[in-house]
Design a protein around this ligand. Structure first.
Ligand SMILES: [Fe+2]
Ligand SMILES: [Fe+2]
Length: 381
């Protein structure tokens, strides 16, 4: 295939994997304000312990960014505010040490109290969100089953693609977007499948099916991120030789599918999470604090419902916590996230190290990822 190629640099060095002091204090400020709001208080910073701790040149900037007024605090409020600040610090500590903790360990009671205060989506609401997810298109489902079965032929795939005209036209469009050097466009499914190859054609059919689930402008942004992630993940897997490249491609496409479920949670969750994200907390932390699960876990549950292969489900479940499993695919997806959307989680040296070692990479190198321009670009929303 004679495609134009573009390079993406993936920095696996220690610098790229380390949280910053600024980000740490910014999160503490944001958690403090979130905790105060959950208790019906408006946090005001003058004479507040947070102000004392933020006694640094950056302090004014933090407060300005967080939209906090710097006016005197009523003496009666100061103890309550000091308590809120301690809860915020405990929460930050809880998240920072997560990669080092065994799952059974009890965390700090202060952190537990903070989590309880912030929680604004119940288990029942999460279950309802999962149950309300759209049905995965039947043709995509059949393409997936074909891809994971050992015994199938190109006419089988052509038959599946022909059963859904929208998917069929997407497949032909993707194929033509790859044909930079040909004058005659491909017009039949048979030619498109022959040109792309049966595995890639199945993956494109699955991609076109997944695309249909991303309907709102906010979700479309996630879909476009997923397209980028699919190419990076495929390349990372291929370079490492320790994960299946086509599986990694599919993994990249569906790794954030759990965000379809969090988008269905009640308005209170949406407004609180939007505020915490705006104020500098990372997505996975906000999700854990507000609903006790992340889009990674919710995504794994959704993929289970849609009968995706078990190793893909496991990789998606642990794509923000690769140290908690042994999957090479989870390590690929973790590094893919760090490269394509680092704002989804705190950079963690421990996690990056675990992922890098599992894939056999050298921690000091920068990989130049070559991605084939145009494979899924025409499926962007
Ligand atoms: Fe993610
Ligand atoms: Fe992501």
């Amino acid at each position: 295939m004679d495609n134009a190629r573009k390079g993406v640099e993936l920095d696996l060095g220690a610098e790229a994997s380390t949280d910053t002091w600024d980000a740490h204090w910014r999160r503490i400020g944001a958690w403090s304000i979130g905790l105060a709001a959950a208790r019906g208080l408006t946090l005001q910073m003058a004479d507040d312990p947070l102000l004392a701790v933020l006694d640094a040149p950056k302090c004014g900037e933090f407060l300005q960014d967080l939209g906090v007024l710097s006016i005197p605090v009523e003496p009666a409020n100061s103890n309550r505010e000091r308590e809120i600040f301690e809860l915020a610090r405990a929460l930050e500590h809880h998240f920072a040490f997560e990669p080092f903790r065994n799952s059974g360990d009890e965390s700090d009671p202060f952190a537990q109290a903070a989590l309880q205060s912030l929680q604004c989506a119940t288990r029942a609401e999460l279950d309802r969100a999962i149950a309300s997810l759209p049905v995965f298109p039947a043709a995509g489902q059949r393409a997936l089953q074909l891809l994971i079965s050992e015994n199938w032929s190109i006419p089988d795939l052509e038959f599946i693609a022909a059963s859904d005209p929208v998917l069929a036209s997407d497949l032909i469009r993707v194929c033509n977007s790859c044909l930079f050097c040909r004058r005659e466009p491909v017009t039949t499914l048979g030619h498109a499948i022959a040109y792309l190859g049966s595995e890639r054609a199945s993956a494109v059919l699955i991609a076109a099916s997944v695309k249909r689930l991303f309907t709102t402008p906010q979700l479309r942004e996630i879909w476009n991120h997923s397209i980028e992630a699919s190419e990076i993940a495929r390349n990372l897997a291929a370079i490492s030789g320790r994960a299946n490249a086509e599986e990694a491609f599919l993994g990249g496409l569906v790794h954030d599918i759990g965000r379809l479920a969090t988008a269905l949670l009640p308005a209170k969750y949406q407004s609180t999470s939007a505020r915490l994200l705006r104020e500098g907390c990372e997505l996975s932390l906000v999700e854990r604090a507000l609903c006790g699960s992340t889009h990674a876990e919710l995504g794994a549950t959704a993929l289970q419902r849609w009968n995706f292969p078990r190793n893909l489900i496991e990789a998606v479940r642990f794509h923000h916590r690769p140290e908690a499993c042994e999957s090479s695919l989870a390590a690929v997806l973790y590094l893919t996230e760090r490269c394509t959307n680092p704002a989804e989680d705190i950079p963690s040296a421990a996690r990056s190290k675990a992922a890098i070692e599992r894939l056999g990479f050298d921690r000091t190198i920068t990989l130049e990822i070559k991605s084939e321009a145009g494979i899924l670009d025409s499926l962007r929303l």
